[in-house]
Structure formats: structure tokens, C-alpha cells
Design a protein around this ligand. Structure first.
Ligand SMILES: *Cc1c(COP(=O)(O)O)cnc(C)c1O
Length: 369
């Protein structure tokens, strides 16, 4: 039995009619750039997250950059973020002109540890950029509290956490802005690159829209109010996302069910630690990551059994070559450093079957037996 890490074909087969119809309409109407499909998705996504505004853009990396820049973050500023994420989270801080300041992760959730944020705050700190890694919300109560006390902005990287909640509130609605990726493998995936920013700040939304669209003056097409960039969500992707969005809550529930099935079956294997779920969080399991002994050997063993696995992430951000200039050592991030050799992500997607989950669990059991 083969168990892929993700299976995007099954989702397409299950929803082929609506997705094909969406694509055909866009082509028939040549609504490739701007227009009703982009406007439609913008409204639907804002409603799904529960914000007044949504600014679509080209990808989840641009979404962070646009939000940071339009919040006025740039040269001379520092932005505090987590040591464990995809590089988009930190490279956009640098791209905005600011300095990246990394914080170690929480022992159990792998998210930014709020207890270690305040020691990193200086007179130059402008914002905190938490990531809701693997689909579980960071501790937004503590983070918003710290931000409030120190007058800092908060931008949430929600690329892995569409519809996840913290104390009943949807991620992306805590800070000044929440950024999303619709990369094909994300929980809500386009058929190419796509992204969006959500906010309840109407003025900020207008600025972000302006910046993402060359600063084009909506009232005079020959004028540009500012210099911007070209970061558009195209019509095809918008229509595909609109066809998929109504299913996102069900898919999240299916991911939670798959995660629960793994955790229940793995509970009696002492070499394996299943993901910890904070009682205040409802995660959406973009990734289901274990901490295991003999990780590399186990990964090879699973691969031999036809089971694809992943690592999120094998090198904490501060230790990538790109951040050698910061001169960090493992002692600066003891938790992220300790986790880096232990984490193993198992296949998870809404359509994964009980048989596949059983196969993965039995393969892990046989390895440690
Ligand atoms: C995927 C991802 C992004 C960036 O998304 P793209 O659409 O690929 O640019 C940003 N942050 C995190 C945590 C991600 O997982």
C-alpha cells in the first residue's frame, strides 16, 4: 500500500464538476485578471475568516511583505518572529527593510514561546510576527497581551492554519493583519500560486490593495499614487478557490479526525510523542508532526513501506546559511535545536483512509518492535 504525503488528485476527483465549471467560466468570460471572480473570492474569504476586508495577492510570501510594508515597518525596525517556520516568515521582514529577531519555540506546540518574547524587545521593536505552525494557533492571548503592553503591531502568518481558532476566535483576526497562502498543498489550495491578507482595518486594506497593484489610482488610470508591486490573485485561481472554500470546514474536520486516529493508535508506542493540542486551540492539522527516537532510520523504514513523510523543519531558521550573519548558536534556541532531529511529519490530508492510517501506524510499530 502506498501512502503519499498529500494527495491532491483525490480532492479534485471528488469536486471535479464544480472546479471544472469554475475554470471554464473564467476562460469563457476571459476574466483572467481582476473582475468578478477575484472580487467574489475576496468577499467570501473575508466572510469565512470573519474580517471586514480581504486583499488578494499573488502568494503567501507577498501577503506578509505587503502587510509589513503597509503597516509602516522598514529600515531601523525590528520584528520578532519564531525560530521554526518556512523562510517566507523571516525573509519578508528583511525584504521590508527591517531586522529579523528570532524567538525560541514552545516545547509542546512548536510555536513561538511567548515567555521568551519580552527579553527580545528593544526600543527598535515594531512588531511581533507569530506563525500558527502546522495548523495550531500560537498562544494569541499571551502574544496580544505582550504586544498591547509594549505598543507593538502583530501580523499573523496563517499560511498553515486556515480556519484554526484560539479560544474560539479565528486566527488572522487577532493582529492588525493575517496573511494566508493558497499554495496547492495548503489546507485551502489553488492550482498554482495564490495568497491573501485579511484585516478589520479598512484604511490598511486600501493601502495594501494599492501597494499590491502598482499603486494604481482607482479614479485615474494614468496616475499612480505610490510605487507598489505587481502581486495579483488571478481569476482562474480565485474561481477555483471559490469552488473549494465551501468545503474547507469539512476538510478541516476530516484532518482533525485523521490526526485523532493517528494519536489514538500511536499512544502505546513509547518512542513516539504525538502532537500536543492546547486545550484553547482548535487546530486544522496542515501538518501532523511526531517527535520520535531514531528519526532518520524510521523515516527510511517508512519510505521502504511506501509511506512518504516530511520534516517541518529540518533546520531552524536562525541556522540557515541566510542567517549566518546573526551569529546564533544552538544555545540561543535550545528547544528548536532539540526538536530538529526528532520531528517527523506523517501523511495527512482530508481524504486519507483508515486503512492508510493503520498501515502507517503498523509500520511505525514494527520499526520499534
Ligand atoms: C507556505 C507558507 C508561506 C508562504 O506561502 P507561499 O504562498 O508559498 O508564498 C508562508 N509562511 C508559512 C508558514 C508557510 O507555510
Amino acid at each position: 500500500m502506498k501512502v503519499p504525503f498529500v494527495d491532491l488528485k483525490l480532492q479534485y476527483q471528488n469536486h471535479r464538476e464544480s472546479i471544472d465549471a469554475a475554470i471554464e467560466s473564467v476562460i469563457a468570460e476571459t476574466a483572467f485578471i481582476r473582475g468578478k471572480y477575484v472580487d467574489g473570492f475576496r468577499e467570501q474569504f473575508a466572510e469565512a475568516i470573519g474580517t471586514t476586508s480581504c486583499v488578494p495577492c499573488a502568494n503567501g510570501t507577498d501577503a506578509i511583505l505587503i502587510a509589513l510594508k503597509m503597516l509602516g515597518i522598514g529600515q531601523g525596525d525590528e520584528v520578532i518572529t519564531t525560530a521554526n517556520s518556512w523562510i517566507s516568515t523571516s525573509e519578508t521582514i528583511t525584504a521590508a527593510g527591517a531586522r529579523v529577531v528570532f524567538v525560541d519555540t514552545d516545547e509542546r506546540t512548536f510555536n513561538m514561546d511567548p515567555a521568551k518574547i519580552e527579553e527580545k524587545i528593544t526600543s527598535r521593536t515594531k512588531a511581533i510576527l507569530p506563525v500558527h505552525l502546522m495548523g495550531q494557533s500560537a498562544d494569541m492571548g499571551a502574544i496580544m497581551d505582550i504586544a498591547g503592553r509594549h505598543g507593538l503591531l502583530v501580523v499573523e502568518d496563517c499560511a498553515q492554519a486556515h480556519l484554526a481558532t484560539w479560544e474560539g476566535q479565528t486566527v488572522g483576526t487577532f493582529g492588525s493583519a493575517g496573511t494566508f497562502s493558497f499554495y496547492p498543498g495548503k489546507n485551502l489550495g489553488a492550482y498554482g500560486d495564490a495568497g491573501a491578507i485579511v484585516t478589520n482595518d479598512q484604511a490598511l486594506a486600501e493601502k495594501m490593495h494599492l501597494f499590491a497593484n502598482h499603486g494604481a489610482d482607482p479614479t485615474n488610470k494614468h496616475n499612480h499614487k505610490i510605487e507598489g508591486i505587481s502581486s495579483r490573485l488571478d481569476g482562474l485561481q480565485a474561481a477555483i478557490l471559490s469552488a473549494k472554500l465551501p468545503h474547507l470546514a469539512d476538510w478541516s474536520e476530516q484532518r482533525r479526525r485523521a490526526a485523532a486516529a493517528y494519536s489514538e493508535r500511536l499512544a502505546d508506542i513509547p518512542e513516539v510523542k504525538a502532537p500536543y493540542v492546547d486545550s484553547r486551540a482548535v487546530p486544522v492539522f496542515h501538518v501532523y508532526s511526531l517527535r520520535v527516537e531514531r528519526r532518520d532510520e524510521l523515516q527510511a523504514h517508512l519510505s521502504e513501506q511506501g509511506i512518504a513523510t516530511g520534516r517541518h523543519y529540518p533546520t531552524p531558521l536562525p541556522f540557515l546559511d541566510a542567517y549566518a550573519y546573526l551569529g546564533h548558536t544552538r544555545d540561543d534556541f535550545p528547544v528548536a535545536s532539540a526538536h530538529q532531529g526528532e520531528m517527523l511529519s506523517l501523511p495527512i490530508y482530508p481524504e486519507i483512509s483508515t486503512e492508510q492510517i493503520d498501515h502507517v501506524v503498523e509500520a511505525i510499530r514494527s520499526f520499534f518492535a
